[in-house]
Write a protein that binds this ligand. Structure first.
Ligand SMILES: [Fe+2]
Ligand SMILES: [Fe+2]
Length: 237
């Protein structure tokens, strides 16, 4: 039996997310608080943009014969409601003001790159968002540790805090796993799933969209690691 497309995409994602996670967690104790705080502020930009990106894909995937894709993405948008403000407030309580951030061009380019994948091709949007939702699990795992480190250094109690709750919702409560699994069903279903008059899911475009999204995430993380840690393990992975 041929390997499921979602498994192939997961393997590509794992290769880079494991490397980034390894480098970040290993260097965490030596990185200055300012750099850790900077990383959180850059990640917040993705959190802040996420709802609009997803909404664009909701509209675009309405063209698909399988209405389930758009419905699943809308469920995702609704679930994200209030998350970015929670992230911002949670970090403000821990002493980090997201509004003090200065634009970092690689993040601007990253968000523009994801935005370009969310439309007009619905199959490409499906693949791209499957890849970014999969990576979201790793992001919360890493930023949970980073936020805890920042809190500990500042004598702010992480346990029971809003910022811990923010990461817990996404990990322990299974929000991100739900987003990944909800899209995986359609990534693996392909054109046979059509239940309406629209476009069938094009597996080749799904794969291309996912790989492009992963390439964009790699480029972004490479820039984030170089700026915050002085070097990036992604050069050799
Ligand atoms: Fe969220
Ligand atoms: Fe998500």
């Amino acid at each position: 039996m041929a390997e499921r497309l979602s498994a192939l995409i997961d393997a590509e994602n794992d290769a880079f997310t494991k490397a980034v996670k390894g480098q970040l967690l290993e260097s965490l104790p030596q990185v200055d608080t300012e750099s850790l705080e900077w990383l959180v502020m850059e990640h917040y930009q993705f959190s802040f943009a996420n709802k609009a990106l997803l909404q664009k894909a909701v509209d675009c995937t309405r063209k698909l014969a399988d209405t389930g894709v758009s419905i699943e993405l809308q469920r995702n948008v609704d679930e994200e409601d209030g998350h970015a403000p929670m992230y911002k407030k949670g970090m403000l309580e821990a002493g980090t003001d997201m509004d003090s951030r200065v634009e970092f061009p690689p993040t601007t380019r990253f968000l523009a790159g994801v935005d370009a994948l969310c439309a007009p091709n619905p199959s490409r949007a499906l693949g791209s968002l499957y890849a970014t939702e999969t990576a979201a699990i790793f992001e919360h795992e890493v930023f949970h540790e980073i936020c805890k480190e920042i809190a500990d250094r500042r004598g702010f109690t992480y346990e029971g805090s809003l910022i811990k709750r923010f990461h817990d919702i996404h990990l322990e409560d299974g929000v991100e796993q739900g987003h990944k699994d909800g899209l995986a069903a359609f990534v693996d279903l392909g054109p046979d799933a059509a239940d309406g008059d629209g476009e069938p899911i094009d597996m080749d475009e799904v794969r291309k969209g996912a790989l492009e999204a992963i390439a964009i995430m790699r480029t972004w993380w490479d820039a984030l690691l170089k700026k915050s840690l002085g070097e990036s393990v992604l050069q050799s992975v």
